[in-house]
Design a protein around this ligand. Structure first.
Ligand code: HSE
Length: 308
């Protein structure tokens, strides 16, 4: 590869992490897409190749193209970029497929131009890809995809991203049922107001989870993985959700919930052995249900999009 072309890994992400709807997310180490981005003299963004999934190549219909356009609009650069995407994360999976493409595109372009923008600015560009994918420019997938580790969107306006350390023995197990749930659809069914009583429970858990991650207090992390707002509504869309969660906790998981807008279900465990065991019990439920699935067991990715 020449210096005008780079290949990057774009991590999958778990957004919301139970209690933090639209504000919390974490990047996965061993699950993600690959992208080749090339600096060219022709202005604009061209998606020249997509493998792995059937997705639109037209710039304005592709999240990488839209995020890339937002980047180009702000950049002091006269040329353009070509993008090749090797899509390994299925769209509608709940593990940040659109975020991986949006974040990967803007990170790679920034790298090729000598890093004129900081990561928070890159998050703003990548959020435009999320706006195309889900009608809302949420940052809880693109922030961890770009920063790595756990991130908190403390504020959207102005955008304020806080990075949170990942406990060294924390493992994430994901079951990805092979059904598609569009984020835009699963947002439409949510209520727009909550009671004070529910609010108190929810922000107690957000604070508890953040404190648990900083203190490496695995029990506190587990106790805080509760969602009183979104999970009761969205879980109805996910076959076997309650059973998967139940057996995961019985197998030793610290906690479990919906990954992003689903259908993937995540569980946090202390140690790889428990995380693998959790994967096995998740499998047993889906084998009974008879829906195809993929299982991922991963550590936390601590650097975000990276060069390959
Ligand atoms: N916070 C977003 C949602 C994440 O739950 O709708 C989508 O992956």
């Amino acid at each position: 590869m020449n210096q005008n072309e780079i290949k990057v890994f774009c991590p999958a992400t778990v957004a919301n992490i139970s209690c933090g709807f639209d504000v919390l997310g974490v990047a996965l180490d061993s699950v993600g897409d690959e992208m080749i981005v090339r600096k060219v003299s022709k202005k604009g963004i061209q998606i020249t190749k997509i493998s792995g999934q059937d997705l639109p190549k037209e710039t304005l219909n592709n999240v990488a193209g839209v995020a890339g356009n937002a980047f180009l609009l702000a950049a002091d650069y006269d040329g353009g970029f070509e993008i090749e995407i090797n899509k390994k994360i299925k769209p509608g999976s709940g593990i940040g497929s659109s975020a991986a493409s949006s974040a990967g595109a803007v990170w790679a372009m920034n790298h090729l131009l000598g890093n004129p923008f900081n990561k928070t600015e890159l998050v703003e560009f990548a959020m435009e890809g999320e706006r195309l994918a889900s009608d809302v420019a949420h940052a809880d997938n693109v922030a961890p995809a770009l920063f790595g580790g756990f991130t908190l969107v403390r504020s959207y306006n102005p955008l304020d991203i806080v990075t949170i350390p990942a406990p060294s023995e924390l493992y994430i197990t994901i079951i990805h049922p092979q059904i598609e749930i569009k984020t835009s659809d699963s947002r439409k069914i949510l209520k727009t107001t909550i009671s004070m009583e529910i609010g108190i429970k929810q922000w107690g858990n957000v604070g508890g989870l953040i404190a648990g991650l900083f203190k490496e207090d695995y029990e506190l992390i587990g106790r805080s993985l509760e969602d009183h707002i979104v999970e009761p509504i969205r879980s109805i869309l996910i076959p076997g959700f309650n059973e998967v969660k139940k057996v995961s906790l019985e197998a030793g998981a610290l906690g479990s919930g919906i990954s992003g807008s689903g259908p993937s279900i995540f569980a946090f465990s202390k140690g790889k052995e428990t995380a693998l065991k959790v994967g096995n019990v998740m499998k047993s439920i889906y084998d009974k249900i008879g829906i195809a699935y993929e299982i991922h067991v991963s550590k936390v990715n601590t650097e975000g999009v990276k060069l390959l």
